[in-house]
Design a protein. Structure first.
Length: 698
């Protein structure tokens, strides 16, 4: 499926539905689609450094999902992008666990959003400090790659990427090549005076490449006949992930500090003073940092930089506002993935016009057909774009968008735009009206438009385009979690004819893999081990992996609370399924329809014959915790979430992902968010990790 088109389709649905008034069936239908798409985008952005949509587009979808989950907290899942910061660390670098998570920032898309955030902070602080008017520190938001630099006894010890916010990549050797990163602090002790630096502390900031350096670098690459970078952020991220530090040293990287992380010893008690201290000991900070007594001047600052961002020699995508007082910051705390005391004001999108050369369609994993605009290349905000989304047939028809039109193209951030509208006054009469084709471009199966939906589908289980994307999904983390079977290998296996149906994964041999380019004995054995291990995944993982429409991870976990084997689920009726709290008619019908297809029944039979587990790992029921239901939330330090789950299940307990009146205990680790709040609201007993350990070891 073309990722850009899928994004545009969801954006259309989001625009047409008010998140604050959405009904439950609509939320149950939309939330899984949003989660899945946002996870894909996060992976491309944070892990692959290959984003295909603008940051502002991603942010709006994420904001919409957050509003749905606030309205229906039981729809919030552990794998939701709202519960996480981003993608996981790459395996090619040593992993580093951050002492304190590197949280992301909540976003405001307009001035009203900033006012709402500020008043919420004031209201929260009033309980402890009275009617305060917090001072704000504001600065432009550099669009680069977040780094955490740990100094021990004044020397740079570790340089790490953000990673998923809790575990990053150790790129110390590469960080050392950045001239603006001090290798020893203070750089000038005379300027520091009598103050001492802490024995150990962490500096957080952004690695980036200046616009002037970026242009010069691309000119050099072009002269050498090498691929140029799309934008400064990708150039910075790609440079820091070079395995050879000598190659990194040739890249014009810069660093700008914006905060202090964990530290031993005393530090200044305000954000602005900490920035000044960082500058004093030798770190570059933004020359445009300001402090304001109230929110009005801070909003004016945001407004000013919206118009003046091009004056800077580095890319910025917004303004960061922080409550200045550190004591206030501590009192406000954080949700699971963002501090409550800071917010990012995101700049509005930019637009341009170009010619719509053609409209093509793409096939997604679920068979969804999406139209895509092929554009005459146009530069928008320093990036040349040549494709955009048209969402669905209704979007094209309702706006009378035609092939050959001059169209308005909106772009926010650094990547792919969307077609907004045709410029009617520019028409010549030669434009061509477009309609959705009747047959799938990949397999020529007649397309079907489902009732009450705007999208067309290819219903063929043998559609090659669908299968490649299904294979990627099946092997992904959160599904069957087959280590080593990523997107590129999925395409290779399918194109080589080695995997044409999902069961073929479990028929792969060492000899099959050794035929493929890049495979040697060790790599082949590792993949086969990952495939073998995936056979033991619980039923909920398999259900999610099969790609049944509307069955996301949370829905799969709900299903196995009632149906403990695949065969039980296959025999269930719509009435049986809707009897489960959280399973609506749309989901139930989708499941029943899936099992009604003979090829899907055959698929399940083949998986079973190949040894894939078709049962949910159930507790024996006679352990000392039998009958008790636990929910785990937040970051655990004494053991992993999976280890805690397995130990609880071994003692007869049931572990679920959502809090309800039937929950007996919520185990809250660090940065526990809405699940803990829900437990308080329902009167569910909350345990810390130590209490859980006492229960397990009793």
């Amino acid at each position: 499926m073309n990722l850009v088109e899928a994004t545009r389709a969801l954006q259309r649905r989001v625009r047409d539905t008010d998140a604050d008034n959405i009904d439950r069936p609509g939320a149950v239908d939309l939330a899984p689609a949003l989660r899945e798409l946002l996870q894909i985008h996060a992976h491309r952005y944070y892990v692959l450094d290959d984003p295909v949509v603008a940051d502002a587009e991603y942010d709006k979808l994420l904001n919409y999902l957050e509003r749905i989950e606030q309205r229906f907290p039981d729809l919030r899942t552990p794998d939701s992008p709202t519960q996480r910061v981003g993608g996981p660390a790459l395996d090619r670098f040593e992993k580093v666990t951050h002492p304190d998570p590197l949280l992301s920032l909540s976003n405001a898309f307009d001035e009203a959003g900033v006012h709402t955030w500020y008043e919420r902070c004031r209201k929260t602080l009033a309980g402890s400090f009275g009617d305060v008017v917090p001072t704000l520190t504001v600065e432009p938001k550099v669009d680069g790659l977040a780094l955490a630099l740990t100094y021990v006894n004044g020397l740079l010890d570790v340089g790490a990427t953000r990673g998923d916010g809790r575990v990053g990549e150790n790129i110390t050797a590469n960080v050392r090549t950045i001239a603006s990163v001090p290798l020893r602090i203070p750089v000038n002790r005379d300027e520091l005076g009598k103050a001492d630096v802490p024995g150990a502390f962490e500096v957080r900031g952004e690695a980036y490449i200046k616009k002037s350096d970026f242009r010069a670098q691309n000119e050099r690459l072009a002269e050498l006949g090498q691929k140029v970078f799309a934008n400064p952020r990708n150039a910075a991220a790609g440079s820091l992930r070079q395995l050879d530090p000598n190659a990194v040293a040739e890249r014009p990287l810069s660093f700008m500090a914006y905060s202090i992380g964990p530290a031993t010893g005393d530090l200044p008690d305000s954000q602005i003073q900490r920035l000044q201290w960082l500058k004093q000991v030798g770190f570059p900070i933004s020359e445009h940092v300001k402090m304001y007594e109230g929110v009005e001047d801070a909003v004016a600052y945001c407004r000013r930089w919206t118009d003046a961002r091009d004056e800077l020699d580095y890319e910025i995508d917004g303004v960061v506002l922080k409550i200045d007082n550190i004591e206030y910051q501590d009192a406000l705390g954080a949700v699971s993935n963002a501090p409550r005391w800071a917010i990012a004001y995101k700049f509005p999108a930019r637009e341009s016009t170009t010619t719509l050369v053609n409209i093509v369609v793409n096939v997604g994993r679920t068979g969804m057909i999406k139209p895509e605009a092929v554009l005459e290349p146009v530069e928008i905000g320093g990036v040349t774009v040549s494709q955009a989304t048209l969402h669905n047939e209704d979007y094209v028809v309702s706006r009378d968008i035609r092939i050959g039109d001059t169209v308005a193209v909106k772009r926010a951030g650094d990547v792919i735009p969307q077609v907004v509208k045709p410029i009617l006054d520019a028409r010549t009469g030669d434009e061509l009206v477009w309609r959705m084709p009747q047959y799938c471009p990949a397999c020529q199966t007649k397309l079907v438009r489902l009732p009450d939906e705007a999208d067309y589908y290819c219903m063929s289980a043998d559609c090659p385009e669908q299968f490649i994307r299904l294979l990627e999904h099946f092997a992904a983390r959160g599904a069957m979690d087959i280590e080593g079977l990523g997107s590129k290998l999925a395409v290779t296996l399918a194109e080589a004819g080695l995997v044409q149906h999902l069961p073929d994964i479990y028929r792969l041999t060492r000899d099959d893999l050794l035929q493929l380019e890049g495979f040697a004995d060790k790599k082949a054995d590792k993949l086969l081990q990952g495939i073998s291990a995936s056979k033991k995944q619980p039923l909920s993982r398999l259900l999610f992996a099969l790609g049944i429409r509307h069955v996301g991870k949370t829905t799969a976990e709900l299903l196995v609370t009632r149906f403990h084997t695949m065969h039980e689920l296959a025999s269930a009726s719509v009435e049986d399924l809707t009897a489960i709290d959280g399973i609506g008619v749309v989901i139930a019908e989708s499941i029943v329809d899936w099992f009604a297809i003979d090829k899907n029944v055959e698929l399940i039979r083949n998986l079973e014959e190949l040894g894939v587990n078709l049962e949910e790992h159930q507790a024996t029921g006679n352990g000392r915790l039998a009958g008790l239901t636990f929910v785990l939330t937040g970051s655990l330090s004494l053991f992993t979430r999976e280890e805690a789950t397995l130990r609880l299940q071994a003692l007869g307990a049931r572990v679920t992902s959502s809090v309800s009146k039937k929950t007996d205990y919520v185990v809250a680790g660090e940065n526990a968010g809405s699940k803990k709040d829900k437990a308080v609201e329902l009167g569910v007993k909350i345990l810390n990790e130590q209490k859980l350990l006492e229960i397990l070891d009793a």
